[in-house]
Design a protein around this ligand. Structure first.
Ligand SMILES: *Cc1c(COP(=O)(O)O)cnc(C)c1O
Length: 445
């Protein structure tokens, strides 16, 4: 058995999954997938990833590992439409927090895990801001096929995510450093020890994450929206979405490709800096990487670390940067950055609609609002915001936003430049007295 590589040994660039579509025999029409609903008692048809296996045909049906990922919600959200300032019926939330481990990562993990098993791996590793490790730990625990080794930066991971990894029995290595440090180490270590790496530098992760777009199209009766808006961290998702649309277009399965908006947090805005400020482009694969290298040298020289309440996108060195540039070209994309204040206000608006998300996810809604205010998104554009993770992943941020305790607010959010909680739903304190309780309920409801 040879080595499992994620990058080219000559140039160091990431590998890409490329299919021989002649042999793979893709569907003639996306409508063909609808008939698979009738076979949902078969695990591969029940899975929101593997239902679309003919569009990610790197394994045989017998090799698939699934735990029922991808059963997610697509919701029209008129209250959020009002907030973003698009017409009613034009804003949709693709809620990936519904996945078994509570984030979109399961889409990619089922594919990477499938490939890991094809290679005969017995251990799998990742560096994580939390959700990748929760997902990997879950797949290992549920399938008993591999042992999970996870690397997290110290003090950076939210309790919701850490508790999952611990509960599911992953070997958890807490590194003094941040995500970018943990990522560099895990690449070294997995090479050294021959451990299968499941971070999104793994191209099979991206294959699984393409299915998020297939489900969006399915929900819209295969009529592509005008915009897909997604938070950008390591840029695996945005890269996967671009690949999905490039392939669908090449196969003649979609009439047009939506535009892609990737949203950075202001405190972790490498993609924004390089794409919007320094004009870097995919340019047919001839990317001027010296521009990026110079930028990273600057970050190092001034010791700048990523910093945002949206811990899932607190990343300054996105590993899929080049693939994301390709996606931005495919989808005529734009990149924006939003502050932690804007993220938390958008998150409160999403939550008020009954679909809670974690801070990073709300960057998509905050970004859509910003693009609308700039006139880039039109009032009658159909916009899909991807909500990447579940609300319960990071209750600390949510409670601090709604709290009446100024110290708690300052400690968690004030230190990040958040000044107000414009949409806070504050608890009402009452003495334990029937009359006072009734008075308070009359007053507030
Ligand atoms: C991983 C993650 C992201 C970032 O996705 P990338 O593919 O790394 O850009 C955003 N939101 C949540 C909740 C995540 O877990």
């Amino acid at each position: 058995m040879g080595q499992v590589l994620v990058a080219c040994q000559r140039c160091g660039d990431l590998l890409d999954v490329v299919y021989d579509w002649e042999r793979a025999r893709p569907p003639r029409s996306l409508r063909e997938f609808e008939s698979l609903w009738g076979r949902r008692r078969e695990p591969a048809c029940y899975s929101g990833v593997w239902r679309f296996q003919r569009l990610l045909p790197f394994c045989s049906p017998e090799e698939i590992v699934t735990v029922g990922e991808g059963q997610t919600l697509f919701q029209r959200a008129d209250a959020v439409a009002r907030y973003v300032d698009v017409q009613p019926g034009c804003l949709f939330l693709q809620y990936e927090g519904m996945n078994p481990s509570g984030s979109f990562k399961d889409n990619g993990m089922s594919a990477a895990f499938t490939h890991a098993r094809m290679t005969g791996a017995t251990r799998a590793a990742c560096a994580s801001t939390g959700n990748t490790s929760a997902s990997l730990a879950m797949y290992c625990a549920m399938t008993r096929l591999m042992k999970a080794v996870i690397f997290i930066g110290s003090g950076k991971i939210s309790y919701g995510k850490l508790s999952q990894a611990l509960d599911y029995g992953a070997l958890t290595v807490q590194l003094s450093g941040d995500f970018d440090d943990a990522m560099a180490r895990v690449r070294e270590i997995s090479g050294e020890l021959g451990i299968y790496l499941v971070n999104s530098i793994n191209p099979f992760r991206l294959e699984g994450q393409k299915s998020i777009m297939f489900r969006v199209l399915e929900a819209l009766a295969w009529d592509p929206p005008d915009w897909i808006v997604v938070p950008g961290g390591n840029l695996g998702n945005s890269s996967a979405f671009g690949k999905a649309f490039a392939e669908l277009k090449m196969l003649g399965l979609v009439p047009r490709v939506p535009r892609l908006a990737v949203i950075n947090a202001a405190g972790a805005d490498t993609l924004y800096q390089l794409y919007e400020q320094r004009g870097m482009r995919w340019n047919g694969g001839h990317t001027a990487m010296q521009v990026a290298d110079g930028y990273f040298r600057e970050l190092d020289a001034t010791d700048q670390k990523a910093s945002t309440i949206a811990s899932a996108i607190e990343i300054n060195r996105p590993v899929n940067f080049r693939k994301c540039l390709r996606a931005l070209e495919t989808c005529d994309g734009v990149v924006r950055r939003v502050t932690d204040q804007e993220i938390l206000d958008a998150k409160a608006q999403v939550g008020a609609g009954g679909v809670g998300c974690e801070p990073a996810s709300a960057a998509s809604v905050a970004g859509a609002k910003l693009l609308r205010s700039q006139g880039v998104i039109a009032a009658d554009d159909r916009v899909v915001c991807v909500l990447t993770g579940h609300q319960l992943k990071d209750p600390t941020a949510t409670v601090a936003y709604h709290t009446t305790d100024q110290d708690q607010f300052n400690q968690v959010l004030g230190s990040r430049g958040v000044r107000r909680a414009s949409y806070a739903n504050r608890a009402v304190a009452v003495p334990n007295d029937l009359g006072e309780i009734i008075k308070a309920i009359r007053l507030y409801s």
